[in-house]
Design a protein around this ligand. Sequence first.
Ligand SMILES: [Zn+2]
Ligand SMILES: [Zn+2]
Length: 154
Amino acid sequence: MTSGSAIDAHSADAVERLRGAGLRVTEPRRAVVDALRTRPHSSADELFEVVARTVPGTSLQSVYNALGDFVDAGLVRRIEPAGRPGLFELRVDDNHHHLVCSECGAVVDVDCVVGDAPCLTPSDAHGFVVHSAEVTFWGVCAPCTASAASRRAS
Ligand SMILES: [Zn+2]
Ligand SMILES: [Zn+2]
């Protein structure tokens, strides 16, 4: 997990992304984009913790508002693994999927094997025109598997 030390180097890119999405550039919005760059798959609360350090005085509500605007503008993708708060990421331009650890909640990107959405087709589409398939692979990550093994050994 990287700290906020390189924030300034990222700001130009954040401004670029906001303008590209047709959004007005504000300090909280820029800070939220920066936080998403260093911490993909973060919840609004986690992003607020980061943003509150870099832009003091930012409210949790303004982080929620910024994320809502980003999702609407297609700048940010929201994923919702069952039992978790909504998680946000900047990687929107591909049809990637996620591995989620059921022990510690770690979220990892996995590329879509097919590449184009929808990469899975239902056994019966019931007349639907299917746009996308969101796949969440649930399992136990390597560190959790290793610590479970060491607990058994002791
Ligand atoms: Zn884990
Ligand atoms: Zn992702």
